[in-house]
Ligand binder design. Structure first.
Ligand code: SF4
Length: 1009
């Protein structure tokens, strides 16, 4: 590319009285770069963001050219940076992100800077939706009671998040009890076009987002490119850093025709999931096109986009068209925004119509919507669709099928089991008894047609005198308060309540497994009969154990089918032939008599929905319920971490940080903490589930006065590094080849004593021995989990040596300052005769280059024989070298800010003077909230000397054991307090720097940081 294409691509757009600047893709094409009409629409969004952000360092001209030349030679081959416009968080994964921001503020203060300058750089919204559980149900009081219990359980976390809501700028927290993150994003947060000011200009660009929940993909139904990422990537994006990805292949899926009468969007998405799983779309984009896609309503598109993780794609995209604008109007977005969206996408050649040329996709599939039939998916996987007509047969077969084939492996004598429910109902349960029927999950609660269909079915059933069976735990958990509004206006909420579907909360509930306990007599009967009890839910995931520990068969279904199965009380029924029940007139009532027609649904929608309802419900969404308003968190620059909290603690990442980074140096004398095989997942590394009583984390909690019944999960305690570090490599299924037992156990060397991974790591830290992990193929596979990298670092692991890495986990390791190394030439530990008993040295210097070959010294401790093997450094880019030198992404950003005068920082992390961004919708609907420029002051491209290092000491003191020398430690009052807390025989902090126990002077052991 001859010159930076960015400046010459600037163009202006007049909409009404306002003039905007945008980075024009047609102008880029005129310069001979890319043929826009052949690019998939989703790729055009990636191209625009690269074009707009070219700086020759984070985004290069080659990145623009690579994206513009999307095709077989580049898709799936080249890595590109992605700088999304927004971040959305849910509370489980959002808490650690906010904890890190609070810790950065504390570090800023210690280092003499202004802590108030630490804020997200791109607009960030956290929706507190993952913590509500269905404890109370089928009662008018269910909503209030569940909310009350939720606040009791989560008081500490919520106090912390309320501090964030009040004290951070460019950050909003949607309080508990208001809605589900993706539905709130769809109905309110997303603006489709974002804008920022740049001097006198207002720059507009496509809305795009990453979120810390895998179903962030739902927003692609609105033409907003986005998907779920791990916490570290989300934090990086929040702080203006890119996330990296391979330019994806794009599978085009043609949807043709219309859904037949009786089929719902849920049936369609279950069909699409099955088709795309079969084709294989992992790590690919899917883009929908065809007359069926164009004619489809936006809510149906969102339902399809939601389940991208289930069909395996990075995301499933519907481009921006007139329906998007209509939806923005229907949901009460302001008219100037709607006009801007239409004008912008038309000007960019990104406007989707039936006349637009068909892009060239990597592969193309076709689905005729007329073939879709009412369906469920299960009993164990979302891609196992079963037509409603086949469900009874399929369920019966699954009872005796081998568990390896997703059956339940019952013997013939177990098939007829019956167990009485010990309450006054006189009921008895059998295999297939439905014990949970849940209208849940943003997948469906965001779709008025299926929610109203459920209400209409309930109304007809109630009119015939039917109600839920006594053993069915029924729940209705809308994804926003707008749903209740339209169900009330359509006069359908009373009917739903009449058959047991009272609102239980506005949050994720059963979708995330927060279904709450079954009534004791029901649970007792299920256990006594060893029954394969069933759940029917309108969610998107149904792996065994996810929904409820007492429920083995989990079926995903549309909301009206959820209601139908609550009435029937069993999945062992043929709903085509068998009645749901007997009406009050003594006559059998069949599903076909209750199923609403499309005209009835359309009429209900017509009379119940209005833009004003969205404006009203979202107008005060920041206020939350009374319990939230009662929390008295003070606005302050610094969060007052409570040393006694077992949920939120200041992580030690910045406790010894100096203003300048040290040099990168080698690692000497390392021991293997673990020797692992292939496909070690992030869940092996950092489990999210239960905390065992006798595990290091369980012991820690008990020592701090938490009874085992109140342990909660690792997922809920991600704001406390003490718990999470103790939980790292604590998965009971971990197979460490240094020992003969399964679980979080290892062998300390050279003592050969067997102990927990955490205890061994502590002992190595006292001995000032750096650590490494040796692994096989696909290390860190599974969903991205920030604590898998954070916990690894805090245990004192300085490098990981693996045959291959899951892409995001590798980058997370670098983001936490852990060096990823890779075996070369197809070799591995076994082939090289590495047993894990050796002592390791990594020859590494400040001149290290991305993907450089390095020498790993391997010394036999018995005879002292030392040999060297070649390994590849998997720091992959100059930007990552900078992260590594700084000790991680967060430290890099913090130092940049410290090096930038406050006035130039514009009050935000890494902000460039004079720039400010804002989401158009945010300004227009909820009042302007000042945001900052999203682009950090770019460091120099050189991998070896970032600008911030100019003032660094020439040579930081080199440690005895090797590794990156530590710069002089900053004053650390917080560290002192905490070191005191962990003294006296208590397990010491896992944190701090490798080889240096908490409270000891810094700078001794040779580690990075
Ligand atoms: S409802 Fe389900 S899919 Fe939606 S955000 Fe909650 S857990 Fe994720």
């Amino acid at each position: 590319m001859a010159a930076n294409p960015s400046p010459s691509s600037r163009a202006t757009l007049q909409v009404g009285k306002r003039k905007y600047t945008y980075f024009s893709l047609p102008a880029l094409e005129q310069r001979g770069i890319g043929r826009m009409q052949r690019l998939p629409y989703s790729i055009r969004v990636l191209l625009e963001q690269a074009l707009r952000n070219v700086d020759g360092y984070v985004v290069t001209e080659a990145d623009v050219r690579n994206i513009a030349s999307f095709g077989p030679s580049t898709a799936g081959q080249v890595e590109i940076p992605f700088l999304p416009g927004r971040v959305v968080l849910q509370d489980f994964t959002g808490v650690p992100c906010v904890v890190d921001l609070a810790a950065m503020r504390a570090a800023m203060k210690r280092l003499g800077g202004d802590p108030g300058r630490i804020n997200p750089l791109v607009p960030c919204d956290l929706v507190i939706d993952h913590s509500v559980q269905v404890d109370s149900f089928a009662s008018k009081d269910a909503l209030d009671e569940n909310l009350e219990i939720e606040f009791e359980r989560n008081q500490e976390r919520y106090e912390f998040l309320k501090w964030g809501q009040q004290s951070l700028t460019n950050f909003r927290a949607v309080p508990p009890g208001m809605g589900i993150v993706h539905q709130v994003n769809l109905e309110h947060l997303a603006s489709v076009v974002l804008e920022k000011t740049d001097g006198a200009e207002t720059i507009v660009y496509p809305d795009s987002v990453v979120g810390t929940d895998s179903h962030t993909t739902m927003i692609n139904g609105l033409g907003v490119l986005g998907w779920g990422v791990g916490g570290i990537e989300a934090e990086a994006v929040m702080l203006g850093q890119p996330t990296y990805m391979l330019l994806p292949e794009v599978v085009g899926m043609r949807l043709q025709g219309r859904l037949p009468e009786g089929a719902t969007a849920t049936d369609l998405v279950l069909t699409i999931t099955q088709v795309l799983r079969k084709h294989g779309v992992v790590n690919k984009f899917v883009e929908f096109f065809g007359d069926g896609a164009l004619a489809m309503g936006l809510a149906d598109r969102a339902t399809i986009a939601n389940m991208a993780p289930e069909y395996g794609a990075t995301m499933g995209f519907f481009p921006v068209d007139e329906e998007v604008c209509q939806y923005l109007q229907r949901t009460g977005r302001p008219q100037p925004l709607v006009d801007l969206v239409r004008a912008y996408y038309q000007a960019q050649g990104m406007w989707w119509t039936d006349k637009a040329p068909l892009p060239e996709y990597s592969a193309t599939l076709t689905l005729d919507l007329r073939t879709v039939v009412p369906s469920l998916a299960g009993p164990k996987r979302p891609q196992d669709r079963v037509p409603l007509t086949e469900l009874q047969k399929d369920f019966r077969q699954s009872l005796s099928k081998d568990p390896k084939q997703r059956g339940f492996g019952l013997s013939p004598d177990q098939i007829g089991a019956v167990a009485a429910v010990a309450d006054d109902s006189g009921a008895s349960l059998q295999h297939g008894s439905v014990v949970i029927a849940a209208i849940t999950s943003c997948t469906n609660t965001s779709n008025p047609s299926v929610m109203l269909a459920a209400g209409l079915l309930a109304q007809k059933a109630a009119a015939r005198g039917l109600t839920r069976r006594s053993w069915v735990k029924t729940s209705l958990a809308p994804g926003s308060r707008v749903v209740t509004d339209y169900l009330k206006k359509a006069n359908l909420l009373p009917a739903l309540e009449q058959i047991g579907f009272h609102v239980v909360g506005y949050g994720c509930t059963t979708c995330i497994g927060n279904s709450g306990p079954l009534p004791q007599p029901v649970a007792d009967a299920v256990r006594a009969g060893n029954l394969v009890a069933a759940a029917v839910l309108s969610g998107n995931r149904n792996f065994e154990g996810r929904i409820n520990p007492d429920v083995k068969a989990n079926y995903l279904a549309s909301p009206p089918l959820v209601v139908a199965y609550a009435l029937a009380g069993t999945v062992d029924i043929d709903l085509q032939k068998d009645p749901l029940g007997i009406g009050r007139d003594g006559a059998p009532v069949y599903l076909r008599q209750l199923w609403p027609t499309s005209q009835e649904i359309a009429a209900a929608m017509q009379r119940s929905m209005s833009p004003q309802a969205f404006q009203r419900e979202y107008g005060a969404i920041d206020q939350g319920p009374p319990q939230w308003r009662k929390i008295t968190a003070k606005k302050s620059d610094l969060f007052a971490f409570d040393q006694d909290s077992t949920y939120v603690q200041e992580p030690p990442f910045f406790l010894q940080m100096s203003r300048q980074p040290g040099s990168i140096t080698g690692i000497r004398g390392a021991r293997a903490l673990l020797l692992l095989g292939d496909s070690v997942t992030t869940d092996h590394i950092s489990p999210a589930g239960n905390i065992k009583k006798d595990s290091p984390a369980g012991r820690y909690l008990q020592e701090h006065g938490v009874a085992p019944k109140d342990f909660n999960s690792y997922g809920a305690r991600r704001g406390n590094d003490r718990v999470m570090t103790r939980g790292t490599f604590a998965n009971i299924r971990l197979r460490n080849l240094l020992v003969d037992v399964e679980g979080g156990v290892t062998r300390h060397l050279p003592s050969n004593e067997q102990m927990s991974v955490y205890d061994a790591a502590q002992r190595y830290q006292r001995e000032r021995t750096p650590l490494c992990v040796i692994a096989g193929k696909e290390y860190g596979t599974g969903s991205s989990r920030d604590w898998a990298a954070k916990g690894t670092f805090l245990l004192g692991v300085r490098f990981v040596l693996a045959e291959s890495y899951e892409r995001i986990h590798r980058s997370n390791l670098v983001g936490m300052g852990v060096l990823p190394l890779q075996f070369v030439d197809g070799s591995n530990a076994q082939a090289l005769g590495i047993t894990g008993n050796e002592i390791f040295d990594v020859a590494l210097g400040d001149e290290v280059q991305p993907r450089q070959r390095l020498e790993l010294g391997v010394t036999d401790p018995h005879d002292g024989h030392r040999r060297t093997i070649a390994v590849q450094c998997r720091i992959d880019t100059p930007v990552e070298v900078d992260y590594y030198r700084n000790g991680g992404i967060l430290q890099t950003v913090l130092r940049k800010l410290l090096a930038t005068p406050a006035a130039a920082g514009n009050g935000q992390v890494g902000a460039t003077a004079g720039k400010a961004t804002k989401a158009v919708a945010r300004k227009a609907t909820t009042g302007a909230k000042k945001t900052a420029a999203r682009k950090p002051a770019a460091p120099r491209r050189s991998a070896k000397t970032p600008a911030a290092r100019k003032a660094a000491p020439k040579q930081a003191p080199r440690s005895k054991a090797g590794g990156t020398a530590r710069p002089k430690a900053a004053a650390r009052p917080a560290a002192k307090t905490r070191a005191t807390k962990s003294a006296g025989g208590k397990p010491g902090r896992a944190g701090g720097r490798a080889g240096k126990p908490a409270g000891k002077p810094a700078g001794k052991p040779g580690k990075k940081r």
